[in-house]
Design a protein around this ligand. Structure first.
Ligand code: SF4
Length: 444
């Protein structure tokens, strides 16, 4: 987990042997190599790549080895995205590793002109500013160019770790992750860099017609000894790279649905392992509203900061048609209990499901429900577009019914605007934050 220190991360500037200009940022939780201000590669402190910016777009690599490729919308077309298998992504990932190898050669002065330029000197080009800066024996003294020798040694150490993770090693690493964690189904967008601790697995309901996230994961909770083993496995897997993880997310779909006497010992174990680290989790309204404010206060005391609630809609008719249990009133009561305990809420609204048949009631009732929640500036309202999938029960239900077909993006944007316009927060001057929750963009 990152420290709260605000020291500036060392930045080394140098030229690769082929003449390309490079900068290497030695961050507290990551290493970022930029080449010619065009290729940007980020690795965690174990040397695993997690974000690669290329001319073709941006690649996010998950710990299971799969990638998400994205290209922003432009004059030439709309935003694009595609999931890549680990094998499909390997050439891109390997190219980044080879860039790191080139940077390592430059930093170690192997067989060419070593160019390491301190951050405050500004880039003056390889011909004018070439200096010799081999990795030093004494990291506390400055190098011949003024760059701290410790930074150069640290750069060499990190680049070594990156270069060591070639294609075969990354395949093994992905298998190690899955052995320690198992698959992570989904996270709220602000939690993609959390450490997911799977207190439970799967979803206790697992039958909403619009969702298949946990269809193949039987619901279960971990015994305390199993959770201890899971925590130990996660710590062993992440090692120093845990610095990139900013919070704990208690997985999977509704860990907080467990009865208090079953849940409390589990959350206490997590808090003891990561003291002071903020915790987050999902819960559904119909299970969450059973918990008292006093019980929520206990979890707040252990570090619980925000709970994400799948409201989906404030229209009971649409919820019933989607086979989502519970009522909007349950969600309002749950958010009230969370607020009483000092825990923020992240309320997720589904857009597009139910088609035009439900659109008007969905919009009006959802705005009413969100208003009744008296949302505050530390709360979130997430808008999540229904992603159609022929395998879902939704499609079979809506077959042959034109007014139940999922709404297109432009219509969803209208509904979102209408809900936002009608929503009255607790303090109009300090409304909750609103954001997009696109399950197609999830990477862990
Ligand atoms: S939407 Fe939530 S409650 Fe419904 S099946 Fe999916 S994970 Fe479970």
């Amino acid at each position: 987990m990152p420290s709260s220190g605000a020291t500036q991360a060392p930045l080394l500037r140098f030229a690769l042997q082929d003449g390309r200009r490079a900068t290497l940022l030695l961050g507290e939780a990551s290493t970022v190599l930029s080449i010619d201000d065009a290729l940007v590669s980020s690795w965690d402190l174990a040397g695993r790549p997690y974000a690669l910016v290329r001319e073709t777009g941006t690649y996010r690599r998950g710990l299971d080895g799969r990638l998400l490729w994205k290209r922003e919308s432009s004059a030439h077309g709309p935003r694009q995205r595609r999931r890549l298998s680990a094998a499909e992504g390997e050439p891109t990932v390997e190219a980044a590793r080879l860039d790191a190898e080139a940077a390592l050669r430059a930093c170690r002065s192997e067989g060419g002109t070593p160019l390491v330029i301190p951050r405050d000197s500004g880039w003056t080009g390889p011909e004018e500013s070439a200096v010799s800066a081999p990795a030093p024996a004494d990291p506390s003294s400055p190098g011949p160019d003024g760059a701290p020798r410790g930074d150069i040694a640290e750069a060499v150490r990190r680049l070594h770790a990156i270069v060591a993770l070639d294609t075969a090693a990354l395949r093994e690493d992905a298998a190690r992750f899955l052995a320690a964690s198992g698959p992570v189904g989904i996270l709220p967008p602000d939690q993609y860099l959390s450490l997911v601790v799977r207190v439970t697995e799967g979803c206790s309901w697992n039958a909403c017609t619009f969702c298949s996230l946990y269809r193949d994961v039987p619901f279960r909770w971990k015994r305390p000894d199993e959770l201890d083993a899971h925590l130990a496995a996660l710590c062993a897997y992440f090692g120093p790279s845990i610095a990139l993880r900013r919070s704990i997310f208690l997985g999977d779909a509704n860990a907080l649905c467990l009865a208090h006497d079953r849940l409390l010992p589990l959350v206490e174990r997590v808090a003891a392992r990561f003291p002071g680290v903020p915790m987050f989790s999902f819960v559904d309204a119909w299970t969450g509203q059973r918990r008292t404010p006093a019980e929520w206060s206990v979890y707040a005391g252990l570090g619980l900061r925000r709970v994400y609630v799948g409201l989906e809609s404030g229209d009971p008719g649409l919820l019933a048609w989607l086979e989502k249990p519970g009522s909007p009133r349950d969600a309002v009561d749950l958010v009230g209990a969370l607020h009483d305990a000092g825990v923020a809420a992240g309320v997720i609204v589904l857009l597009g499901a139910g088609g035009e048949r439900f659109a008007r009631d969905h919009t009006a009732r959802t705005a009413e429900t969100l208003t009744a929640m008296r949302l505050r500036p530390d709360d979130f309202v997430y808008f999540s577009e229904y992603v159609d999938d022929p395998a879902l029960a939704y499609g079979r239900r809506a077959a042959g019914e034109p007014d139940l077909q999922p709404l297109p993006p432009a219509r969803n944007a209208e509904l979102r605007r209408e809900i936002r316009a009608a929503l009255r927060p607790a303090d109009p001057a300090r409304p909750p934050r609103t954001a997009t929750y696109d399950i197609r963009e999830f990477v862990y």
